[in-house]
Design a protein around this ligand. Structure first.
Ligand code: AMP
Ligand code: GLY
Length: 431
C-alpha cells in the first residue's frame, strides 16, 4: 500500500527530509505544512502553521494522511503527538516525533540533566536554580572556573545558553534571567554548569523506543564568522561524518550515551518514536552530552539525509510497531559538506524578498531551501529568512566535498548573500 505523508516544518531540514521521502516507492503523496520554496518541489505545501493542531487535524482527516513527520521541536514540546493519541481517530495515525514526556528532554534542560544523572550518562557537573535560590547559585558559581555556562531551562529559540568569562558579568546575567525574565518563563529556572573543553560534534539516532538506528555523525558550525568568530546562529554549515568520530569514539558514544538513554527512556516508561540528537563534546577522547534535542538538526539534516541509502519512509513506518530492527538504513561511504548561504546581517536584522538565482545550475536536489519562499507572481524563489539555502555536496573525501560545495555556492546569487568560507577547514587540519 502506498501512503500519504504530512511533514511539518519549513526549514532546510524539512526540504532535505522531503527530498529523501520523495525517493521512497512507498510514497503516494507528500504534503508539507507550511513548507518552503524547496519542499514544494517534492510535494504540496499547505498553509497551516506547525503549531495549529486543530487545522492539522482537519487536514489529516480530509486528505487521508497515513503518517505525520514532525521536523521542529516546538510542536513536539507543545504535545502534537499526545494530541493525536488523545483523539479516537487520529490515534491510529503514526507520528514521527516523541510525545511530551520524551520531548521534555529538549524542552527542559533541568529535566535532561536529571535524566542523565539518573542513568549515569556523562555530562557536565551542574545545579539548577530559581529566583528563590539565587544566593545558593552564587555559592555554586564560586566553586566553578570560568568560563561560566548559564542555560535557561526552557525553549528559548536557540538563544538560551550564555557562556561568560567574567564573574560579575555572569552574576548580572543570572539576575537578568531569573528576576527580569530575560528569556521569559524559559529562564524562571536556570541550569548552571561546568564548562567542558573539547571539540563538539553530534550523533543522531532514529528510534522506536526499543531499537535504534545510528545515523551518520555531523559537525555544525554555529558562529557566523570564519574561524568560529562572531555571533551564534542556527548553524552556518555542517560536515558529515566527522573524521575524529572514528569507530572507537562512536563505540564509546553508543555504550555510554546512546544505549543508556534508550534504556533510561524505557525504564521511565517514556515511549519514544522519532529522532534523538545528541549534542556532544569530545573531551580528550571521551564523549559528554552537552544537550539532547528531540528532532534532527538543521543544517545537520542537510548532510545526513544525502548519506542515507535505505528507505527512510519504510523506517518511519516501522516505528509504531517497534520493528525498526527489520529495516536497513545503510550509510554511503562518502563525506557530505553543507554551506549555508544566509541573508547579509543575519543573525541580527536583515532584508528579505530578494530573488534567488542560479539554483537551477546546481545538481538539482543538493541545494536545500531554508528561508526561501516561492513567489507565484515571478515564478521564482525569493529570500524570506536569515538562513536561505543549504548547499550540500557529496564526495569520497572531505576536501573534495568542500571544493564541490563551494563551487556550487559560487553559482548561486541573491542580493546581500553571505556565507562562511571555512566550513570543514578545521577538520581537514585535524586529519
Ligand atoms: P545551544 O544549546 O545549541 O544554544 O548551544 C549552546 C552551545 O553552548 C553549545 O553548542 C556549546 O557550544 C556551548 N555549550 C553548552 N554547554 C556547554 C558546556 N557545558 N561546556 C562548553 N560549552 C558548552
Ligand atoms: N544546528 C543545531 C540545531 O539544529 O539545533
Amino acid at each position: 500500500m502506498k501512503i500519504n505523508v504530512l511533514l511539518i516544518g519549513s526549514g532546510g531540514r524539512e526540504h532535505a527530509i522531503a527530498w529523501k521521502l520523495a525517493q521512497s516507492p512507498l510514497l503516494e503523496k507528500l504534503y508539507i505544512a507550511p513548507g518552503n520554496a524547496g519542499t514544494r518541489l517534492h510535494g504540496e505545501n499547505v498553509a497551516i502553521s506547525e503549531t495549529d493542531f486543530g487545522a492539522i487535524k482537519q487536514f489529516v482527516l480530509k486528505n487521508n494522511i497515513n503518517l505525520v513527520v514532525v521536523g521542529p521541536e516546538e510542536p513536539l514540546v507543545r504535545g502534537i503527538h499526545d494530541f493525536f493519541l488523545a483523539d479516537a481517530v487520529l490515534k491510529e495515525i503514526p507520528v514521527v516525533g516523541p510525545t511530551q514526556s520524551g520531548a521534555v528532554l529538549e524542552g527542559s534542560k533541568d529535566f535532561s540533566k536529571q535524566f542523565m544523572a539518573r542513568h549515569q550518562i556523562p555530562t557536565a557537573k551542574y545545579e539548577t536554580f530559581t529566583a528563590g535560590t539565587f544566593d545558593k547559585a552564587l555559592n555554586f558559581l564560586k566553586t566553578l572556573q570560568p568560563p561560566y555556562v548559564l542555560k535557561a531551562d526552557g525553549l528559548a529559540a536557540g538563544k538560551g545558553v550564555l557562556i561568560l568569562t567574567g564573574f560579575d558579568e555572569t552574576v548580572s546575567e543570572l539576575r537578568n534571567m531569573l528576576f527580569d525574565k530575560k528569556f521569559g518563563e524559559a529562564s524562571a529556572k536556570v541550569v548552571i554548569e561546568e564548562f567542558l573543553h573539547g571539540i563538539e560534534m553530534s550523533a543522531f539516532v532514529l528510534t522506536d523506543g526499543k531499537n535504534y538506528c545510528l545515523l551518520p555523525s555531523a559537525k555544525d558550525y554555529k558562529r557566523v564568522g570564519n574561524g568560529d568568530t562572531g555571533l551564534n546562529t542556527g548553524g552556518m554549515g555542517a560536515v558529515s561524518p566527522v573524521p575524529f568520530a572514528d569507530t572507537e569514539f562512536m563505540q564509546k558514544v553508543e555504550n555510554r550515551i546512546i544505549r543508556p538513554t534508550i534504556v533510561g527512556l524505557q525504564k521511565e516508561n517514556i515511549p519514544y518514536q522519532g529522532f534523538i540528537f545528541f549534542g556532544l563534546m569530545n573531551v580528550a577522547g571521551d564523549p559528554y552530552v552537552i544537550e539532547y534535542n528531540v528532532r534532527m538538526g538543521d543544517p545537520e539534516t542537510e548532510v545526513v539525509m544525502p548519506l542515507l541509502k535505505g528507505d527512510l519512509l519504510e523506517a518511519f513506518l516501522s516505528l509504531k510497531s517497534q520493528e525498526l530492527n527489520r529495516v536497513k538504513l545503510e550509510i554511503a561511504n562518502q563525506t557530505a559538506v553543507c554551506v549555508m548561504m544566509v541573508s547579509g546581517g543575519y543573525p541580527n536584522s536583515y532584508e528579505k524578498g530578494f530573488q534567488i538565482h542560479g539554483v537551477e545550475c546546481v545538481e538539482d536536489c543538493l541545494a536545500f531551501y531554508a528561508g526561501a519562499k516561492f513567489d507565484f507572481s515571478t515564478q521564482t524563489a525569493i529570500t524570506s529568512g536569515g538562513r536561505v539555502l543549504a548547499v550540500t555536496a557529496l564526495a569520497g573525501y572531505l576536501e573534495e566535498a568542500m571544493q564541490k560545495a563551494y563551487s556550487l555556492v559560487s553559482k548561486i546569487d541573491f542580493n546581500k548573500k553571505y556565507f562562511r568560507q571555512d566550513i570543514g577547514k578545521d577538520l581537514l587540519e585535524l586529519e
